[in-house]
Design a protein around this ligand. Structure first.
Ligand code: ADP
Ligand code: MG
Length: 669
């Protein structure tokens, strides 16, 4: 009889304690468990012991040749020793911290030993010892992310149990497509991901799951698009164009053709009765910000509030300062809302937002995290849009109608891509930068060239210019990040400490400290600023003429290009120095080109490192199995299937579960 289970504790061998360990991995019920896909696979195939090299991973099966013995190395560390005979030779086996083996194993038993072979001692240092023998077929075994106290064996067993318990999984590929592509069932596919029979089945299963994942994702995009088109709550604005134009005349530069075109497109959206969901993309320094501010001005002239959301506090401050300067001769009221302003101040601002006194509010996450209530929010602008997910944007509380959305991104996306992953958005491009800019000169250097790099830095310092130094940002919570930045700071201090001020910003600093340092860098009181990629987005210091990026081979080209955009913002000649261990061909592309669109196309063609496609992966969609970069061809196919499905079957009760699922997402609606 099949027993339907749901909670982890219903699985044989899992109690409260083990269940808690599973929670640490984000697994709370059997569904989380079966969707906990392996990190990688190991091949379990009998090693040819006559060919293995020293320290190579080996898989040996045979019989235990003598009764195991245990040696205590310390109170905690014990090792079990025995010998195994594989029909040809005898090997010593040593297993650390597997004391139970001592009782379990007896001479004559069949076992499989997996471990590293120490040729000198003819010893296998075992990572795993199992009872049984290898079959002749190659076995593929899943390897999972684990946590202390929870090894892969337990995870594997729990998944196996769940898959066999007869649970049902919802299938989100329409029946006719399943037959068209001869897709296997979903449950079978999931079980192949965990317990592949062979590589053919595995690939077939994976393709099916990828397809479904992309299918649902693109359904969501299509659905958002449709909601926006049908949205009858959109704001139709009226405003005095003369006021806009005379304001534009007060700017100390004239807009470039691309900026004008983008502004026209935004203006049309704002006037129309369709809700705007527009992506404004352009290289760093191409002048997106002014376009966004002008959009907020139009919104203000028509009587609505604007919220500008940015990913970092530094950027919020910078935009705030710029907006105050820009709008100082207008009636537009501007406020900043970040986590570091005082409680009292915050309350006052929240009040003013609620009663409509504030026209433009600039802030970080706090714009959505706190219960900010707007009197009449008409426009949401997000800078570096990929840092915010659709869901977050939905958290904005608004009295009255639904706001228009303008997203800005400095990571240009090739057109074909934009059409798929940004299919729910209209796109405006700023391709040509304002005139009069000097191109940043880029050099690729090896770590051995460090002396030369320091000399180049010295030259800039002597000219009174400033320098950014970037160390790779490693995952949050990883203390290496700190070490890297601090280590480099120490070295730079030794080299330049006598002639100028060297400071560092990194994730471990408080917001206030960070802001102070940034402010001092902006004011020119700090000459060399060392940081992780926090400055990646939006910082504007025209006197900075050089950016030195360590371990640049760890970054995608698009990220490097964006970092490079921190310099060359004024009229002085600027430089970008990419340091890597060895000469790296990929990086040399940046010596040749300064065009973000071109670079992103190249990133795309190589489908290498690029983080370009992390874009939507980070905030909005998390793909468990598909990779929108590597699976691009599949993505294009799924896109056309989804379009057909929408055109032919939208609302069809036969596919009710699809529409229910989308309604649950409830995206922007
Ligand atoms: P990004 O696209 O990276 O956000 P910014 O909006 O920060 O670029 O613009 C970079 C700099 O260029 C700013 O100092 C801005 O004032 C200036 N700028 C913007 N548009 C023009 C223009 N049409 N002519 C001259 N300078 C401009
Ligand atoms: Mg910007």
């Amino acid at each position: 009889m099949v027993i339907l289970i749901k909670s982890l504790e219903e699985i044989d061998g899992i109690g409260v304690k083990t269940a808690e360990l599973f929670h640490k991995l984000g697994i709370f019920d059997v569904y989380d468990l079966i969707y906990y896909y392996p990190k990688r696979y190991e091949i379990l195939k009998r090693s040819n012991m006559s060919l293995v090299a020293d320290q190579e991973r080996v898989v040996v099966d045979g019989i235990v040749e003598c009764q195991p013995t245990m040696v205590s190395l310390s109170f905690k560390l014990k090792k079990v020793l025995f010998r195994i005979f594989d029909g040809r030779g005898i090997y010593h086996v040593v297993a650390f911290n597997h004391s139970y083996l001592c009782k379990q194993l007896h001479s004559g038993m069949k076992v499989i030993v997996i471990g590293k072979y120490d040729q000198m001692r003819n010893t296998i240092v075992a990572s795993e010892v199992r009872l049984g023998e290898l079959c002749d077929k190659v076995q593929i075994e899943a390897v999972y992310g684990t946590t202390e106290g929870l090894n892969r064996k337990i995870i594997r067993r729990a998944i196996h149990f769940s898959l066999k318990s007869g649970l049902e999984v919802e299938d989100y590929i329409p029946d006719y497509l399943i037959s068209q592509y001869h897709f296997p069932t979903k449950l079978w596919s999931i079980s192949q991901i965990h317990f592949p029979v062979d590589s053919v089945s595995y690939r077939k299963a994976r393709q099916r799951l990828k397809y479904e994942e992309l299918f649902l994702y693109l359904m969501k995009i299509n659905y958002f698009r449709m909601c926006l088109c049908q949205d009858t709550h959109a704001i139709q604005r009226e405003f005095d164009e003369l006021k806009l134009n005379s304001f534009i005349e007060t700017l100390d530069f004239s807009l470039t053709a691309d900026q004008e075109k983008a502004l026209e497109e935004i203006k049309d959206d704002l006037i129309s009765d369709r809700r705007m969901n527009r992506l404004l993309q352009g290289d760093v320094g191409s002048g997106k910000t002014i376009v966004a501010f002008l959009a907020s001005y139009i919104n203000f002239l028509s009587g609505y509030q604007t919220a500008l959301m940015v990913p970092t506090e530094i950027l919020a401050n910078q935009h705030y300062d710029n907006a105050c300067k820009l709008f100082k001769n207008t009636d537009m009221q501007i406020a900043i809302l970040t986590s570091s302003i005082s409680r009292k101040n915050k309350e006052k601002i929240l009040n003013q937002i609620g009663n409509g006194e504030i026209d433009l509010v600039i802030g970080t996450q706090s714009l959505i995290q706190e219960k900010v209530e707007y009197a009449n929010l008409g426009l949401i602008i997000t800078d570096e849009q990929h840092r915010f997910g659709v869901n977050q944007r939905n958290e904005l509380k608004n009295k009255g109608s639904f706001p228009d959305i303008l997203s800005m991104s400095a990571t240009p996306i090739p057109r074909t891509y934009a059409l798929t992953i940004y299919g729910d958005m209209d796109v405006s491009n700023i391709r040509v930068k304002p005139a009069g800019r000097k191109e940043v000169i880029t050099y690729c250097k090896c770590e051995d060239d460090m002396f030369e790099v320091l000399e180049m830095m010295k030259k800039e310092i002597d000219l009174g210019h400033q320098i950014y130094v970037i160390a790779p940002s490693i995952e949050k919570g990883n203390s290496d990040e700190l070490n890297n930045v601090l280590y480099i700071k120490e070295k730079m201090q030794i080299a330049f400490g006598k002639i100028c001020r060297v400071e560092a910003v990194h994730g471990k600093l408080g917001n206030e400290e960070k802001n102070i340092i940034m402010k001092q860098f902006e004011d020119g009181r700090i000459s060399i600023l060392i940081s992780t990629t926090v400055i990646e987005v939006g910082v504007n210091v025209p006197n900075a003429s050089m950016i030195v990026i360590f371990q640049s081979n760890l970054f995608g080209l698009s990220t490097l290009h964006q970092l490079r955009g921190r310099v060359g913002r004024g009229t002085i000649q600027s430089y970008c120095i990419l340091i890597s261990k060895d000469k790296c061909e990929r990086l040399q592309m940046l010596e040749k080109s300064n065009d973000g669109f071109f670079i992103s196309e190249y990133d795309f063609k190589c489908r290498g490192e690029g983080d370009l496609f992390g874009v939507r992966q980070s905030g909005e969609a998390f793909f468990k199995i598909a990779d929108i970069r590597k699976d691009f061809d599949l993505l294009v196919r799924v896109k056309s299937d989804v379009d057909d499905f929408f055109n032919c079957h939208f609302g069809d009760v036969k596919y009710q579960k699809f529409w229910d699922c989308l309604a649950k997402l409830n995206g922007l609606n």
